[in-house]
Write a protein that binds this ligand. Sequence first.
Ligand SMILES: [Cu+2]
Length: 141
Amino acid sequence: MRSFQHALAALAIVCIATPTFAATTVKVVEGGEGGGPMTLTLDQSMIKAGETTFLVHNDATTEEHEMVLVKLKSVEQKIAVDSAKGRVNEKKLKSMGEVSELKPGADGQLKAKLAPGSYVLLCNIKGHYEAGMHAMLTVTK
Ligand SMILES: [Cu+2]
């Protein structure tokens, strides 16, 4: 019995001493069909800094979507939409990567190492940003 308790104690020490490299997973669901309202939703809007995996699902039945991860300079930074093109000018933004051309019903993945700050996830297919496809993400220390 004593040796069993020792073993348990040793196991507990190993568990405490082993650092956990907990990577964060954010689930992103995109939806909406051409001409209608569109959505981009996250399962959490505030995460801790570090390795992050975005699992992106296109829930639309006919519409292709994409997801661009943008780091903002500050939480106040406004994103301008070029109304003639119906798109955001990505060259003026700091992109951290994207999942492009997600077919209806398809899943995609993006991994990024995120520093504390404010981020926006958006779909930049013509008209989609204005139809509602953007969401804020706050990354804390
Ligand atoms: Cu879209």
